[in-house]
Design a protein around this ligand. Structure first.
Ligand code: AMP
Ligand code: ZN
Length: 508
């Protein structure tokens, strides 16, 4: 059976940040969807806020794939050009602090990023372009913007000319700032000192001249330098998805200025709106403030996962229990509550399995399909429940189709939890129970991307992990007594990776 076409007509509605309305989703090419999501700037460990955004897009991509669309999902890696307020490159600053080559730093945090997303069961994107791998293309686009007179060069740097852009394109595409509803004239802070080589406060860098001590630079028609952050996304999205594609996504914090700049650059060269739909995830906050690498206000993912405090699938589930457009304030209690909910859903699946198993066994001996033989524990009488499985399937789809409403989807899945815990289950046909099983699996594992765990699994793994840690600590003590520093240092290092810091006393 083709699960996705089961008596359901999909009318997917997406809240398009560009228009501020929920719109019917119509792909530009019937069967194909191109989607670009701004990836991480790899100058630090990714945090849970980043994960919230990437998990949402993983959910969307999984769903489209299951609807039989051919997807090209592009998610970049920013390894150059993301500037701090003082116009210094984040990667450069951090590599000095850590005493690493910029590319060593980038490698370190890209590996961590991949590792974490894998733990959260994210599918890899189809293409993961890296900014420093596209310098030639970026220089090419900057040259075009200069030729089109909406950029200017000054002292070896190139800036985008917003005033010129507005004069030429605001009639057709709205002035710069339309996506985020920002009137840039209102935003100008009179006391803010901006670089005198820029014509206007909001003109942004396409190319920056490298200072004498800047390590990462490339030759260009304007001298040695490096590209700005915004130009890389316009360059890589259009290179892999064309000049006008279906969906552009990222966290809401990127709306301004990053996505405004991406749009302005794309219109400046191609005279086309970059993407048809814009999806912005709302922020994950911590202690009431945006979780942010640069502010240091982050939840360390390793701490959450260490010692099996929480299984990654529980954290993924927790993040999906909130709609992506609402702010989510992180709390460990929230994850604990989610774990309870998640385990209820897993128990539901087990009960359905048991019902099917027992019924099949019964059927082989009696060759009847009487549902009264289903051994289901319950005392509650809920015959008032009126459950129509086909309507339930539709409701689940409607929830996803309505701007990826994951909390609503989850509330529908909980209806099955209720049903498997009451007498009503006796009234359901066996074929419908098969269908239930299939769709519960489909929504929970295929679309939400969760993994099947039960309480025993969670506890068992955690106990085993503790045993392994204890064993390693004891082994290390023995190795230290034998003065086998190589092994003991290696163990200490490996334990430090999962947040266990060992302090040694001197061995005599
Ligand atoms: P960055 O590495 O900071 O450029 O962020 C990578 C992605 O994570 C971008 O799409 C950001 O918008 C998103 N992001 C950053 N911080 C948060 C947050 N606190 N909550 C949700 N998404 C975030
Ligand atoms: Zn971007």
């Amino acid at each position: 059976m083709n699960i996705i076409n089961y008596r359901h007509q999909h009318n997917i509605k997406i809240y398009n940040s560009l228009t501020g309305t929920k719109e019917l989703f119509i792909p530009l090419n019937k069967k194909y969807i191109g989607i670009y999501v701004c990836g991480p700037t790899v100058y630090n460990y990714i945090h849970l806020g980043n994960c919230r955004t990437f998990i949402l897009f993983d959910f969307i991509v999984r769903y489209f794939k299951h609807l039989n669309y051919k997807i090209r999902y592009v998610r970049n890696i920013t390894d150059v050009g993301h500037l701090e307020e003082n116009d210094e490159d984040k990667i450069s600053i951090r590599s000095r602090i850590e005493g690493l080559e910029p590319m060593e730093l980038v490698q370190k945090y890209t590996i961590f990023f991949h590792k974490i997303l894998q733990l959260f069961n994210l599918l890899p994107p189809n293409i993961e372009p890296i900014a420093t791998g596209h310098i030639i293309e970026q220089i090419d686009i900057i040259t075009q913007l200069l030729n089109n007179n909406i950029a200017y060069e000054k002292n070896g740097s190139v800036y985008f000319n917003i005033e010129k852009y507005n004069q030429e394109f605001s009639d057709l595409y709205g002035p710069y700032g339309s996506l985020s509803n920002n009137d840039i004239n209102q935003l100008i802070n009179k006391n803010y000192h901006f670089l005198t080589e820029k014509k206007k406060f909001h003109d942004f860098a396409l190319w920056k001249k490298a200072k004498y001590n800047h390590i990462m630079y490339w030759n260009s028609p304007w001298g040695k330098g490096f590209p700005g952050w915004h130009i890389e996304c316009t360059t890589m999205s259009t290179k892999y998805l064309g000049t006008h594609f279906d969906i552009h996504g990222g966290g809401i914090d990127l709306k301004f200025p990053h996505h405004e700049c991406e749009i302005a650059q794309a219109i400046g060269i191609n005279k086309k709106m970059l993407s048809r739909y814009w999806i912005h995830t709302n922020i994950l906050t911590y202690q009431g403030k945006k979780m942010s690498k640069s502010k240091g206000n982050v939840v360390d993912i390793n701490n959450l996962l260490n010692n099996n405090k929480f299984h990654p699938t529980i954290i993924r589930y927790y993040l999906l229990t909130y709609h992506y457009r609402s702010i989510l304030n992180f709390s460990e209690q929230g994850i604990k509550n989610s774990e309870k909910g998640y385990l209820k859903l897993m128990r539901t699946i087990n009960i359905i399995d048991k019902i099917l198993h027992t019924t099949t066994t019964t059927t082989t001996t009696t060759t009847t399909h009487t549902h009264h033989t289903i051994p289901i524990h319950s005392n509650n009488n809920t015959n008032t429940l009126n459950f129509d499985i086909l309507q339930w399937i539709k409701d689940c789809y409607y929830a996803i189709d309505d701007d990826f409403n994951t909390p609503l989807l989850i509330s529908h899945l909980f209806k099955i939890y209720k049903i498997t815990h009451c007498d009503y289950i006796y009234n359901i046909k066996l074929s419908d129970i098969h269908l239930l099983k299939m769709y519960m699996h489909y929504f929970l594992f295929d679309i939400m991307g969760l993994e099947m765990m039960n309480k025993q699994n969670l506890d068992k793994t955690s106990k085993n992990i503790h045993k392994i840690i204890e064993f390693l600590i004891e082994l290390r003590i023995e190795e230290r007594i034998k003065k086998n520093w190589i092994v003991s240092d290696k163990i200490r290092y490996l334990l430090s990776l999962i947040g266990i810091k060992l302090q040694d006393k001197k061995i005599n």
